[in-house]
Design a protein around this ligand. Structure first.
Ligand code: AMP
Ligand code: GLY
Length: 422
């Protein structure tokens, strides 16, 4: 089969790497890809937003299956277009991708179908949003409704902060994404992620994985896309996973089907484990990045049939096998990230650092010129280790990180600290 992966991050490198190992894969392309993906796929210079360009490329290369990595093309309707052209793909329709593309949509689904989530209000003007804040009182959470690159959530400790956040959102701070806001109860508890494949009717939970969102050690500082991840996540016990499936994932599958938007793809649920059980914070309609990297390291089964099974009840008879070993990935980012950073520094000794069998270096923001790899993004490398337990995976990952020659980069030294404490 001819396969196209859409995206350019570490997530797409991990997906392309796993797909390239499938006996079903004859030719593998990635649009636009990056310096690392170029070692497992042919990178083609088409952006994920260029839906017409991607569809035309699929025709040209007789692509049989497209794996869509990031959320934006899904929200923009890439999966719908491909399916309309008769091209199979992994990822939800634009309708179903509203689960990530509109926080208000997801909250309304939760309310209608009794899925546990924080109490909320949904507002299209500042005055009624402010009235709700005055009535409920801080602490409270103000969210831009649409995709805001992870910046649209304001945790307000005081009413003043919440009112300012509302003004900012309605005055265009988050562009169109902030033209509507969701205001919700501030949930307390431990936050965890949950992943499950879905074919429209059935959901299949994946191995557990957890990232670290904050830029600083001890989970402090600004939010990022994720500074590292590990799998398994000890907090996700079998009993808790079953509860999440029964109370959150399965009701969402049924809800989306009932709404005429059956969900096909991967659910990435952000959850708060509260005193009264798991509560949904948000859905993402794609794999987590860098969570995907540790999941792909641990997946023993062929990934391609699993992705292809995410349609028409195909998951009913699918079973995935996982390595017992643990995996950890450490993100190396450009100095300054998540603020502004320089591009173009050269990264050395990647072959040396990645030489060991228990290490795999996935690329995120890199470009390749012959053998030279340069940093061109904020999150640049995902140095991933495996071992019999999280501690051993950590040792493998950090052993490799220390060998990477890149003075313009930094990384957190405490990835996995919660898991290691348990
Ligand atoms: P989201 O983009 O909705 O995932 O929000 C980003 C982060 O804000 C989450 O990962 C949580 O840490 C936090 N957050 C969002 N909503 C809530 C809430 N209702 N209660 C507590 N924390 C929240
Ligand atoms: N690592 C979090 C995310 O992909 O959104």
């Amino acid at each position: 089969m001819n396969i196209l992966v859409v995206g350019s991050g570490g997530r797409e490198h991990a997906l392309a790497w796993a797909i390239s190992a499938s006996p079903l894969c004859d030719a593998l392309y990635c649009a636009p890809g990056n310096g690392g993906i170029a070692t497992v796929a042919e990178c083609v210079n088409i952006s994920g937003d260029d839906i017409d360009g991607l569809v035309a490329f699929c025709g040209e290369k007789a692509i049989d299956f497209v794996v869509i990595g990031p959320e934006q093309p899904l929200v923009d309707g890439l999966a719908d277009r491909l399916r309309a052209e008769g091209i199979d793909c992994f990822g939800p329709s634009a309708g179903a991708a509203q689960l990530e593309g509109s926080k208000g949509f997801t909250k309304d689904i939760c309310a209608k179908y009794n899925i546990p989530t924080a109490a909320y209000g949904r507002f299209a003007d500042a005055a009624s949003a402010k009235a709700y804040v005055e009535e409920q009182g801080a602490p409270i959470v103000v969210k831009a409704d649409g995709l805001a690159a992870g910046k649209g959530v304001i945790m307000a400790e005081s009413n003043e902060q919440a009112l300012t956040a509302i003004d900012e959102s309605f005055s265009g701070k988050f562009g169109d994404a902030g033209a509507e806001v969701v205001i919700e109860e501030w949930l307390r508890g431990e936050e965890i992620s949950f992943f499950a494949l879905c074919d429209g009717d059935n959901a299949l939970p994946l191995a557990s994985a957890q990232d670290h969102k904050r830029v600083g050690e001890g989970d402090t500082g600004l939010n990022t896309g994720g500074m590292g991840a590990y799998s398994p996540a000890p907090i996700m016990t079998d009993a808790l996973a079953e509860q999440v499936m029964d109370e959150i994932i399965k009701p969402t599958v049924a809800a989306m089907k009932a709404e005429g938007m059956p969900y096909q793809g991967v659910f990435f649920a952000g959850l708060m484990i509260t005193d009264t059980g798991p509560s949904l914070i948000e859905y993402n309609v794609r794999f987590g990045d860098p969570e995907c990297q540790v999941l792909m390291m641990r997946l023993k089964s062929d990934v391609l049939p699993a992705l292809m099974a995410c349609k028409d009840g195909g998951l009913a008879h699918l079973d995935l096998r996982w390595h017992d070993a643990a995996a950890m990935t450490v993100v190396m980012a450009a100095d300054g990230y998540p603020g502004s950073y320089e591009k173009g520094s050269v990264i050395g000794n990647l072959d040396g650092a990645g030489a060991s069998d228990d290490v795999k270096i996935f690329h995120a923001g890199t470009a390749r010129d012959g053998e030279t790899i340069t940093a061109i993004g904020g999150r640049v490398l995902n140095v991933t280790g495996m071992g019999p337990d999280v501690q051993a995976a950590r040792d493998a990952a950090y052993g490799a990180v220390e060998k990477v020659d890149w003075p313009q980069g930094f990384y957190r030294r405490d990835i996995g600290w919660r898991a290691l404490q348990k």
